[in-house]
Design a binder for this molecule. Structure first.
Ligand code: FAD
Length: 471
């Protein structure tokens, strides 16, 4: 079975430059990885190139939630909420160790975005659209109950709260696991290879890409029948190289998260709370830290170097001070941050937070297929749409029924033999039993399993083979 390995890079480079592919994908974020898995599992000979690290773009800079996007209900994006709502349950089943159910608390405050009644209706509609199972459906809380869930809200003008179901993940890890699963089906994915030009056939149709190996410096071509650009915020750059820009273009919206030590902002649970400007942000406890985000502002800077600036940090700190006035945080308390841009589709007259998060496919007259927009949560569905398009074209004249998408039933690497959260908990206990006499803790077992799932077994085996003698 093929696998993703940096050790095989020279062999892979040789293969990519000498073989002919059905499909080559530009971009190794969640969208590209998802397309690679879908295409390879339908039997297409698939290649993928990523110019930096896999998932180094937007797919490692998200809020790390696999969610239905409650706030899109406010914009009446019913179809989007339904689609991503359903998807999150599927992605949880494919990797229950990595996509973990977590209740989100929505405090209802005096003068907040929603009152009690609207919150209750909104969360109910959300549950219905996302197909949330009975035990996980929304729970409306009194002020006292809300404070039991999150005592830090004691100084907020609290009227009550709502608890609803979300999932949290590690976006970069999820991307890598999708990429590794694609490799099992034979997809050839390589990083530090940039697509710099397109190749065209005699009819002027795209028939491959010219690449630059960022490590060796050499240029080479990958020949393919179909080329898909899943380059996220860089989609328009490639459309420009393909001379296929039209009135549709991206709108880049910057989103920043800050990280503070958990003891300085000790939220007990994830909270989604109001910001004075009418937006809402998340505060999410994770191990020894709490992260807070996100901002949502138009971005016109260098997409290759996006950083959190003072304005972003001040905005988030002010938002915390508004709902949690007793929490005294300064910018010097911020131990880390990350910033990314959402590759949204421009809509005339709309601001960053008003623009739809739905995905869109652009097809150029020379055959380049590009996809942008969407959510991490919806990667599987976005991939299905793209590969449906590719196989429809490919089998058009053959009289053969194109192969159908089966990713809904393909466990991601590490998720095999883990049907649900209960099985994950059992597996953590089993892992702890194996590692405790190696000086490792329960937390280590949890960490291993919630990142690598059943692949922890290989890591543990290696640990005992190679650990220093004093352990
Ligand atoms: P990217 O991850 O950006 O991938 C594109 C890749 O293409 C990059 O790695 C880039 O290096 C590569 N590339 C570009 N040009 C080339 C080239 N010429 N050659 C080779 N490679 C190239 N969604 C959720 O579902 N849940 C959330 O909680 C959430 N929170 C978010 C918070 C923020 C602040 C942001 C910004 C987004 C959030 N999203 C969330 C949205 C989600 O992160 C994105 O929709 C998703 O990650 C986009 O993935 P992508 O693969 O399309 O793009």
């Amino acid at each position: 079975m093929a696998h993703l390995s940096a050790f095989e890079r020279p062999i892979l480079l040789q293969k990519l430059s000498s073989e002919h592919y059905d499909l080559v994908i530009i971009g190794g974020g969640i969208t590209g990885a998802g397309i690679a898995l879908d295409a390879a599992s339908r039997g297409l000979k698939t290649a993928l190139v990523e110019k930096y690290d896999f998932a180094s773009g937007t797919s490692s800079r998200s809020t790390k939630l696999v969610h239905g996007g409650l706030r899109y209900l406010k914009q009446f994006e019913v179809a989007l909420v339904r689609e991503v709502g359903h998807e999150r349950a599927i992605v949880h089943e494919l990797a229950p160790h990595l996509v973990i159910p977590e209740k989100m608390l929505l405090p209802i405050v005096e003068g907040g975005t929603f009152g009690k009644f609207l919150t209750s209706i909104g969360l109910m509609v959300y549950d219905v659209l996302a197909g949330v199972e009975k035990p996980d459906q929304r729970e409306m809380l009194t002020k006292e109950e809300t404070l039991e869930h999150e005592p830090l809200l004691q100084y907020a003008p609290l009227k009550g709260g709502g608890l609803y179901a979300e999932y949290r993940t590690d976006d970069a890890r999820l991307t890598i696991e999708v990429m590794k699963t694609a490799a099992r089906f034979g997809a050839d994915s390589i990083n530090y290879v940039e697509a710099v030009e397109f190749e065209y056939d005699k009819e002027g149709m795209v028939c491959g890409i010219v690449c630059k190996d960022e490590l060796g410096g050499k240029k080479f071509s990958i020949k393919a029948d179909y080329v898909v650009s899943a380059a996220g915020p860089w989609v328009d750059d490639l459309r420009q190289i393909n001379h296929s820009m039209n009135e549709k273009h991206l709108f880049l919206s910057k989103g920043v998260h800050i990280v503070v030590p958990h003891h300085q902002f000790p939220v007990q649970q994830s909270v989604y709370f109001d910001v004075p400007d009418g937006r809402m942000i998340f505060a999410i406890p994770r191990g020894k830290v709490t992260y807070i985000g996100t901002t949502d502002t138009e971005y016109k800077g260098d997409v290759d170097h996006i950083v959190a600036n003072k304005e972003d940090v001040d905005y988030l700190l002010k938002a915390i001070a508004h709902t949690f006035p007793q929490i005294k945080l300064e910018s010097s308390d911020v131990v880390s941050s990350w910033a990314g841009v959402r590759p949204l589709i421009h809509e005339e007259g709309k601001s960053a937070s008003e623009i739809s998060r739905k995905d869109e496919i652009f097809e150029s007259s020379t055959g380049l297929i590009s996809i942008a927009g969407g959510k991490l949560t919806g990667y599987r569905k976005m991939s299905e749409k793209i590969v449906d398009l590719v196989v429809k074209r490919r089998y058009k004249n053959d009289g053969i029924k194109p192969p159908v998408c089966r990713t809904e039933h393909l466990d991601l690497c590490g998720g095999e033999a883990l049907p649900n959260s209960k099985a994950v908990k059992k597996y953590i206990k089993k892992t702890y039993k194996k590692i405790e006499n190696g000086g490792l803790t329960k937390h280590d077992a949890w960490y291993l399993v919630s990142n690598y799932g059943t692949q922890s077994e290989t890591i543990v085996k290696r640990f005992f083979e190679f650990r220093p003698l004093h352990l």
